[in-house]
Structure formats: C-alpha cells, structure tokens
Design a protein around this ligand. Structure first.
Ligand code: ZN
Length: 74
C-alpha cells in the first residue's frame, strides 16, 4: 500500500500484477505501473506535464507506464 507520489492524502491499491490503482484527490484516479510509480517516488515534486499526463490517461483509460513518466523526467 502507498500513496500518490506527490500527495499523502491519497490511496493506492494493488490491482493485479504490477499495476497500481491510485485514488488521489488532487491528481484523480489513475492507473500506473509499479516501476513508473517507483520512478516518481524519487522526485520531490510532480514534474511539468504530470497533471496533463494523468488527465490524458484517465480520458483514454490507459495505464501510465515508465515510457510516459520517463518522457516527463528526462
Ligand atoms: Zn496526487
């Protein structure tokens, strides 16, 4: 169990395999891979474009992957 990497007042549930369902009041309810989530935990604050990435993944019902998060952080 954990939280959104950027907001402590959120909840994460392991869905299946390495997928997390995160329910964050600030970011929204999104799905993210375990490795991508770990990558984000190394950051102190949300990278530029994070909110947009979450919005897009929710709208498209897609999983946030390391490809997405690394595009933001590199
Ligand atoms: Zn959040």
């Amino acid at each position: 169990m954990g939280t959104c990497p950027f907001h402590d007042n959120s909840q994460t549930q392991f869905a299946n395999g390495d997928i997390h369902n995160v329910d964050c009041p600030s970011c929204g309810a999104y799905r993210i891979s375990d490795v991508a989530l770990s990558d984000l935990r190394n950051l102190r604050t949300a990278p530029t474009g994070w909110r947009e990435l979450v919005r897009r993944s929710i709208a498209r019902h897609t999983l946030i992957s390391t490809r997405d998060t690394r595009a933001l952080t590199t």
